[in-house]
Design a protein around this ligand. Structure first.
Ligand SMILES: Cc1ncc(COP(=O)(O)O)c(C=O)c1O
Length: 374
């Protein structure tokens, strides 16, 4: 949708995009300066495949300070984005035929990567009414003797849902009882509005020993193009991931790693300012969407997405959410992403990674276009 919207913009059309999966802010200047200085100082050679000792030390310190997680440097693997960290994790843990539990709606990459690793995704369909939080019964029903792992993503892309501590505890207890891994993708951890972020691995030593905690610089520090993500895992898992990466990409870009150190050590105000702006945009977008008759929009607790239920508008003209997303682009010149892309049919994902004026103009156009469908 993003590239289609760009094409339309290039043709001179006034297209507003709510499709982006990345912050619209530029990377904060001190982070850019650190990478430029490193580049000038000769940070142009290979590093250890799993990352420089300096960056690993900064990540260890970050996990201790922000997440209450105590890792050693040999438990850290830095990769070319958190997407790469998830891939490494699945490739080393999943054997052919293994099942990996996903909470739907989910970031579509998870299912494809599980399949690439030879596994089988087992999706739990979450209910918007329960805030996209799984019940204990749903979790229990998804577990089988072939369950190798569950992937958690809190705050979540695409719903913005934040898993409550009580649910994390239930999942941790099930993982211990049924002997499966927890893959916790915490990439949106700093963009959270209603609660403090809770890392599942911080619930106890036994839980941490079966958790791979994944995060990165892309979303919190507006560094999507730098391609720096990282995973923290039990030492033997981290070693296997490092060995795999050694034969695939080697190290993530050397001077980007220097920028990542500056990001992890930067003043909290830098990230807080971006988060506060995202919160204001979320509140604005929600208020406007919630005023549209027929549209049901749950309040997300984090990330930069809202995930309204559009099923009341599906019918002859737009039979599916994908048709509706096309309709909104063609009729209203607003780009969104169809919920079925995330295993969340009957919804669309709107990113509020857009300025407030665009949010006001874009949602007004959506309201008008949807009104024509009722
Ligand atoms: C849930 C989730 N995890 C991971 C990523 C990938 O982040 P990175 O840019 O670090 O590869 C994304 C990007 O959209 C995401 O939404």
């Amino acid at each position: 949708m993003t590239s289609k919207a760009r094409q339309m913009k290039a043709q001179g059309l006034d297209v507003i995009s709510f499709a982006a999966g990345e912050p619209d802010f530029g990377t904060p200047e001190p982070i850019c300066d650190a990478a430029i200085e490193a580049l000038r100082a000769g940070a142009t050679k290979y590093t250890a495949s799993s990352g420089t000792p300096e960056l690993k030390a900064a990540i260890v310190e970050k996990f201790r300070r922000e997440n209450g997680l105590d890792y050693r440097p040999e438990q850290i693997v830095v990769s070319c984005g958190a997407k790469h960290s998830v891939f490494n994790t699945l490739m080393v843990l999943v054997e052919p035929g293994d099942e990996v539990i996903l909470l739907a709606p989910y970031w579509m990459t998870y299912a494809d990567q599980v399949v690439l690793a030879g596994g089988r995704p087992v999706a739990i369909a979450l209910d918007p009414e329960s805030g996209f939080v799984p019940t204990l019964e749903q979790l229990r029903a998804a577990i089988s003797p072939r369950t190798k792992a569950i992937i958690l993503n809190s705050p979540c892309n695409p719903t913005g849902a934040v898993l409550p501590r009580a649910t994390l505890k239930e999942i941790a207890a099930l993982a211990l009882r049924h002997d499966f891994w927890i893959i916790a993708d915490e990439i949106y951890e700093r963009l959270i509005y209603s609660a403090d972020h809770q890392s599942i691995g911080a619930l106890g030593a036994e839980v941490k020993d079966r958790t791979i905690t994944i995060s990165g610089c892309s979303k919190s520090f507006a560094m999507t193009g730098w391609r720096i993500g990282y995973a923290a895992a039990p030492a033997e898992v981290a070693q296997a991931m490092s060995n795999l990466q050694d034969q695939v990409t080697s190290n993530p870009t050397t001077f980007a790693q220097a920028g990542a150190i500056a990001a992890l050590n930067c003043d909290a105000d830098v990230v807080d300012a971006m988060r506060d702006e995202f919160r204001a945009r979320r509140d604005l977008m929600l208020a406007l969407l919630q005023a549209i008759p027929g549209l049901s929009t749950p309040t997300p607790g984090g990330a930069f997405y809202v995930f309204p239920d559009v099923s009341a508008f599906l019918g002859d003209r737009c039979p599916t959410d994908a048709d509706l997303a096309d309709y909104l682009l063609n009729e209203a010149h607003v780009a969104t992403v169809a919920g079925s892309v995330f295993e969340g049919p009957g919804h669309v994902r709107l990113s509020y990674s857009a300025g407030r004026t665009d949010i006001e103009r874009g949602v007004a156009r959506i309201a008008e276009a949807l009104g024509k469908l009722l």
